[in-house]
Unconditional design. Structure first.
Length: 300
């Protein structure tokens, strides 16, 4: 397949430079891992950045307990293969300990509950930098982020109080209790990600490729049938050939009708679609500013 190798290699170089800056400036960083393609890309870049040494930061997965089973299987296999350290922050444990309260009703989701668990995990681990796979093209709130995103002692983000990053000079100075979220792939697009994954032949979860699945439709979005989702009487389950464009909590991650069985098929599909990859995320539809509101509270 024809695509601009120089472009994606420049993006790779920028991301690796940022990861090395994190290792140089912060004494206790952590890499966020969700099991999705962007966090898999991040792990791959970190592996290249520090090879032949091991990745110098642990992976932190905030587990809602409502993940696609394929995600957890892939995560565990990847961690074992790389010899990486995995830390899991459990939303279920937070519910059991009454740190958070589970939502009720047909639209209930644990996605928002991840914020408290994430902040608690960062505090317990005393991590002063958390690397994430967010990209500016994903959503309007993401577009406001710097590479080094300062968070206060409460883990909150102020979009009007970010530091300049002229000439790729990054300021990681912070007070005790504060930390940074770092986004090395900010300048990548969804298409860039897929082209790079194809070029590097990176292994991916089966969820990203076309497969038959039991689904139902809610508010114009196809959701995978799951025991975690309470269905309305009129919502009928049927079989459909689908794939995931993003991977998250099953209660809010929409699936897409697709026949894309290879990464090359996905690249063609992404290049022609007019719907963003988060167009199927029901958690983004709760309000016009849902993502920005959650980021200000400490969400990634």
């Amino acid at each position: 397949m024809n695509y601009n190798i120089n472009h994606i290699k420049e993006l790779e170089s920028e991301s690796i430079y940022i990861m090395r800056e994190v290792a140089a400036q912060f004494e206790n960083p952590v890499l966020m891992f969700s099991g999705g393609k962007d966090s898999i890309l991040m792990v791959h870049l970190a592996h290249k950045a520090f090879f032949p040494a091991r990745i110098p930061f642990p992976l932190l997965h905030i587990d809602t307990g409502h993940n696609f089973p394929e995600t957890i299987q892939f995560r565990d296999a990847m961690v074992e293969k790389l010899g990486a350290k995995l830390i899991v922050g459990s939303v279920q444990d937070a519910i059991d300990n009454r740190m958070v309260t589970e939502e009720k009703g047909v639209n209930a989701s644990r996605n928002a509950l991840q914020t408290a668990v994430l902040l608690d995990s960062l505090e317990k681990g005393k991590y002063n930098a958390a690397l994430g796979g967010a990209r500016r093209d994903e959503e309007k709130a993401r577009a406001k982020e710097r590479f080094f995103s300062h968070r206060d002692e409460f883990g909150q983000w102020d979009p009007k109080n970010q530091r300049p990053e002229l000439w790729n000079i990054f300021n990681g100075n912070h007070h005790i209790g504060e930390h940074f979220r770092v986004f090395p792939i900010s300048n990548w697009t969804e298409l860039d990600v897929w082209q790079y994954l194809a070029y590097e032949k990176v292994e991916l979860p089966s969820l990203y490729f076309s497969h038959e699945r039991d689904v139902f439709e809610r508010d114009g979005v196809l959701l995978a049938d799951s025991p975690f989702i309470a269905k309305k009487p009129e919502e009928k389950v049927f079989k459909e050939t689908v794939r995931c464009r993003t991977i998250g909590d099953m209660t809010c991650t929409g699936v897409w009708k697709s026949d894309a069985k290879t990464v090359e098929d996905i690249i063609e599909e992404v290049a022609t679609t007019r719907v963003t990859e988060r167009g199927g995320r029901t958690d983004d539809k709760r309000s016009e500013t849902s993502m920005e509101d959650r980021k200000k509270q400490g969400y990634f």
